[in-house]
Design a protein around this ligand. Structure first.
Ligand code: G4P
Length: 527
């Protein structure tokens, strides 16, 4: 197969949802249909169970699983599908945001009974801002839930999407009879025993089929006909280019647990979802078909074995081919690096691969060269954009508890920050180090990992900060100088020496924004 065909057959996407909507179950069923696993139950959930005795111990256990499930790849109808895993726990939302920079499209899973939930809103907002094509899958139709049309309204209103249904449920919960598939124009009846394997289906091609009427009853059939008319009258017809531009979101219904509607989702997905897309760098737009290799690091995973300090850097290939034992330029260090054992991912296994193509993810063993957002190329000086740090919400001073291990602590903090676990700020006033995180759980993770992986002990001390924001303005202006003098107590540098304002309250942030109108207050590090 040629280079261009290889690119065209790739579909790289992420599944996002509020915890418990069915992301893991759906992933597993997609793998089942892709023939990558033989039975359900094979994919381990990487979610943090509510019953965990201690959250950070659970996270340690999960870290092992999440290496394995970071990328799940399989071939379906000759398409190479790469599913990028996103953590469901809200304290790890930043990991999910970063993973979203490496996907070409997403599937949003919504629980039919719960409707649009908080975490879904946040994640969809990020996708909307980046115009990522989205398919919505409404799950758990075997349970009583909200009316399908009410849900479509809710999705439009709460998520700010423009939807068009590509399937419609017939009944729901105990009375769930099946699905009308508007994409393939057929009807499928729901059978209870479908659960764990791919069973035989009962499909009707026509709404007027008398056997269909016999199966679902004439009342149901009439409602279905009315609803189909409603769909035609109210919703825009599906338009692939509008979907690809992020302006229209198709919606499908099903039950992941019951294997129902999943194959239809997958078939529709491979028909409409985008192949690898071009990506913007600081310098220019990079097309996947370009012969020269380029890619970027969107995730770093520390090894579980504390004796080996090696880490796995996940690189999304943007253009060209990535080949084993070939020197590539690490742009930030301006250094050539060669990789003898790049990992590719297949279902839950990783294997060494010789060649990978745009859309693929390779895992590179790293001893500390990489940080999130780094670009690798065949030689061109490029820097990919779009992996910002978000303004953290929890802040604590970090102190060294063991003076003999100062070096280990510095190194450990440095590497954990490169991995994107948290952000480090150095106060201008006294040089003290402050850790900022998106969720409170990360402090436990940092403390635990510093001890177990670097032999360093730290303690945290509370610090009253409401929000961190990056400041931009004319350095030479009197206003900027005034700001720096007056707010000195609240200023810090981040790891790349950008100026950060640590506002102690919403009020003081608002006051500063009003008082220093010519300065810009950014809530992500990339502006
Ligand atoms: P997540 O990754 O989005 O957090 O959700 P996950 O797939 O783990 O699913 C959450 C719960 O919802 C699981 O039940 C799962 O079995 C159930 N579920 C998923 N899809 C469907 C569906 O189509 N119908 C019904 N009725 N349930 C569904 P659990 O009891 O929390 O976990 P488990 O003990 O079954 O693993």
């Amino acid at each position: 197969m040629g280079f261009l065909e290889e690119i065209k057959r790739r579909r790289t996407f992420g599944i996002i949802s509020h915890p418990d909507a069915g992301k893991t179950t759906l992933t597993e069923k997609l793998l089942l249909f892709g023939g990558a696993i033989q039975e359900a139950g094979a994919v381990k959930s990487n979610k943090i169970k509510k019953t965990a005795t201690s959250d950070f111990m659970e996270i340690e256990r999960q870290r092992g699983i999440s290496v394995a499930t970071s990328v799940l790849a399989f071939v379906y109808k000759d398409k190479k599908i790469n599913i990028l895993d996103t953590p469901g726990h809200k304290d790890f939302a930043e990991d999910t945001f970063r993973t979203l920079t490496a996907v070409d499209s997403v599937i949003v899973v919504i629980d039919v009974a719960k409707g649009v939930e908080e975490q879904t809103e946040k994640l969809v907002e990020v996708c909307r801002m980046r115009n990522i094509p989205m398919i919505v899958f409404i799950n758990k139709l075997d349970r009583e839930g909200k009316d399908a049309f009410d849900l479509l309204d809710e999705v439009e209103q709460k998520l700010g999407l423009t939807v068009t249904p590509l399937s419609l449920p017939i009944g729901m919960g105990y009375d769930f009879k099946g699905i009308y598939n508007l994409w393939e124009r057929n009807i499928q009846l729901f059978q209870d025993e479908q659960k764990q394997t791919i069973g035989k289906k009962i499909t009707f091609e026509q709404v007027d089929d008398p056997e269909l009427e016999a199966a679902i009853g004439s009342a149901r059939l009439n409602t279905l006909k009315e609803e189909l008319e409603l769909v035609e009258g109210v919703y825009p017809p599906f338009d692939q280019s509008a979907y690809l531009e992020g302006k229209l979101q198709p919606v499908l219904f099903g039950s992941a647990l019951n294997n129902f509607g999943v194959e239809e989702l997958l078939n529709c997905f491979i028909d409409i979802a985008p192949e690898p897309l071009p990506k913007t760098s600081e310098e220019r737009l990079i097309q996947p078909e370009e012969k020269q290799f380029s890619g970027f690091v969107f995730k770093i995973h520390a090894n579980m074995d504390p004796n080996h300090r090696d880490r796995l850097a996940f690189v999304k290939i943007v253009s060209g081919t990535f080949e084993r034992n070939t020197p590539y330029l690490h742009v930030r260090h301006n250094k050539k690096l060669k990789f003898s054992s790049p990992n590719a991912f297949f279902a839950e296994k990783k294997e060494i691969v010789d060649v990978s193509y745009p859309g693929d993810i390779v895992g590179l063993h790293d001893t500390g060269n990489f940080k999130i957002g780094d670009t690798l190329t065949s030689g061109e000086l490029l820097q990919f954009k779009g992996i910002p740090s978000f303004s953290p919400e929890h802040f604590r001073y970090i102190n060294n508890k063991d003076p003999m291990k100062a070096k280990q602590l510095t190194k450990g903090i440095d590497q954990l920050m490169d991995e994107g676990v948290a952000q480090l700020f150095t106060l201008n006033l006294n040089g003290r180090k402050v850790i900022g995180t998106v969720g409170a759980l990360q402090f436990e993770v940092i403390q635990y990992r510093l001890l177990h992986e670097y032999g360093a002990q730290c303690s945290f001390e509370n610090l009253n900060v409401h929000k961190a924001c990056w400041i931009e303005g004319d350095e030479k202006s009197t206003l900027f100088q005034d700001f720096k003098r007056i707010k000195q107590k609240f200023l810090a540098q981040d790891k790349s020496d950008q100026l950060v304002f640590l506002a102690d309250s919403a009020f003081s942030l608002q006051m500063a924004q009003e008082q220093y109108k010519e300065l810009q207050f950014h809530f992500t590090s990339e502006f």
